[in-house]
Design a protein around this ligand. Structure first.
Ligand SMILES: [Zn+2]
Length: 440
């Protein structure tokens, strides 16, 4: 609408010299106001800037061992201040977490493998050093008794047992034995996972007895000997923090809350880091631009923007906040958790708490009228992101994640980075939630 507005003062510039400067100033002023009102383009650039920054090498995948997460948190504190938030506070908490910031080298029959491409580590694995025979499990003629007998043979002493991840998950009874010290003489496990190899951190609050390496089938197939030089570092009481920004509205007795986690998987060795452009620089950048939007257009209620840490380590930041809220949870009119919207699926995935379901009808109505997405698709509530600690405490909330588009195959891989980032879902999500606040 504003794009096509003509400037009626233009003619006078050419008529009268003394009023040129004044008119120009007015025009420039008007132009700047019009630019500020062109929200989508303006915010998309802001959004991209924050995504690019958060997924840069400076933050080393926003993990814990090298302080990348906290560095990103400090950057966000400044970004929220620049966005015009009235108050930005840091909420510290501690976690115990297993990390891999040091040596990370593997040789398969003498051939050096690439971390993050050929292999990764199970999050609760200890480090591993030495040269090991590899025992490949025969999954076609699977016989646990024969495998245990084989592993007792001298030629298999201290071997790494290699098997498909899903197969070993299905036969937990045998494989959990192979993970524990004193139960079986194997040195550890290799679990195969199809390329691109993933890395998880959710259960890294402990370390098991024996190493567990994840490798692609191509990297490990037929390999007889594996040499490993891998360090882990277990961090006790590692201090990290949530970043809480507030934009004051007209009323303070209720509020809206926008959440997104800014931590990610950190390092896999010294050189490799998980940039996490989609997971979740995308959601974090979205709430920064939402804070900027509401600072410019003062809302009817207070607005909170919470960037959580510790999400990829099992929702630790949101769980901490929910047990130490800075605003009573009962005052939250609605909470929007945005995690991984750096994708281009025309169908937007959502989850709601029971108390958030009446709001879901409004989301459907808005989307039906405006066609921000082809459709919304609601799945069952799960403990898969930061909305869950709030949903389980009866806060009306929605979780927005755009999955199964072009970026989704890179989920939790080193390829989720600035180069593969997709920006399609940002504006529709931005519009959907701001329209919701207008009509709720
Ligand atoms: Zn994640």
């Amino acid at each position: 609408m504003l794009k096509d507005t003509n400037f009626p003062g233009m003619f006078f510039i050419f008529v009268c010299e003394p009023i040129v400067n004044l008119t120009m100033k007015r025009l420039i002023g008007l132009f700047l106001i019009l630019c500020a009102l062109q929200l989508p383009a303006q915010d998309l650039q802001h959004y991209k800037r924050v995504v690019k920054q958060l997924s840069s090498a400076r933050y080393q995948g926003r993990g814990y061992a090298r302080g990348g997460a906290n560095k990103a948190g400090k950057y966000l504190q400044k970004e929220f201040q620049k966005a015009g938030a009235d108050e930005v506070t840091l909420q510290p908490f501690t976690i115990n977490i297993n990390t891999f910031p040091g040596r990370m080298a593997l040789w398969a029959d003498g051939k050096k493998l690439t971390p993050g491409v050929d292999f990764s580590m199970r999050e609760y694995s200890p480090g591993v050093k030495g040269t090991f025979p590899v025992y490949h499990v025969d999954t076609l003629h699977f016989d646990p008794a024969r495998i245990l007998a084989d592993l007792a043979k001298p030629e298999n002493a201290g071997c790494l047992v290699c098997c498909d991840f899903f197969f070993s998950y299905k036969h937990k009874e045998l494989f959990s034995k192979l993970q524990k010290a004193g139960k079986c003489p194997n040195a550890g496990l290799i679990q195969t996972w199809p390329s691109p190899i993933k890395f998880y951190k959710a259960y890294g609050e402990k370390v098991v007895d024996k190493p567990i390496i994840w490798a692609t089938p191509e990297a490990i197939e037929g390999v007889r000997t594996l040499r490993a030089d891998i360090d882990n570092v277990f961090l006790h009481d590692c201090e990290i923090f949530n970043v809480i920004a507030k934009v004051e509205g007209a009323r303070h007795d209720s509020c809206y809350v926008f959440t997104a986690h800014y931590d990610h998987l950190g390092n896999l060795g010294r050189k490799v880091y998980y940039a996490g452009a989609n997971d979740n620089a995308s959601g974090t950048a979205t709430i920064v631009t939402l804070a900027a939007h509401y600072a410019r257009h003062r809302p009817p209620f207070d607005m909170y923007f919470i960037a959580f840490s510790g999400e990829d380590a099992n929702l630790r930041g949101s769980e901490f906040y929910a047990t130490h809220p800075t605003v009573p949870l009962e005052q939250i009119k609605y909470l929007f958790n945005i995690d991984m919207i750096g994708d281009n699926n025309p169908v937007q995935y959502c989850e709601c708490s029971d108390e958030g379901l009446h709001g879901y009808a409004l989301f459907e109505k808005i989307n039906g009228e405006k066609q921000y997405f082809k459709a919304l698709s609601r799945g069952a509530l799960a403990a898969n992101s930061d909305h869950y600690p709030f949903a389980s405490r009866h806060v009306p909330c929605i979780f927005l994640m755009n999955e199964e588009g072009d970026a989704f195959p890179y989920y939790h891989t080193i390829f989720d980075n600035w180069k593969t980032a997709v920006f399609d879902s940002y504006e529709p999500v931005f519009r959907l939630v701001t329209d919701f606040v207008d009509h709720y």
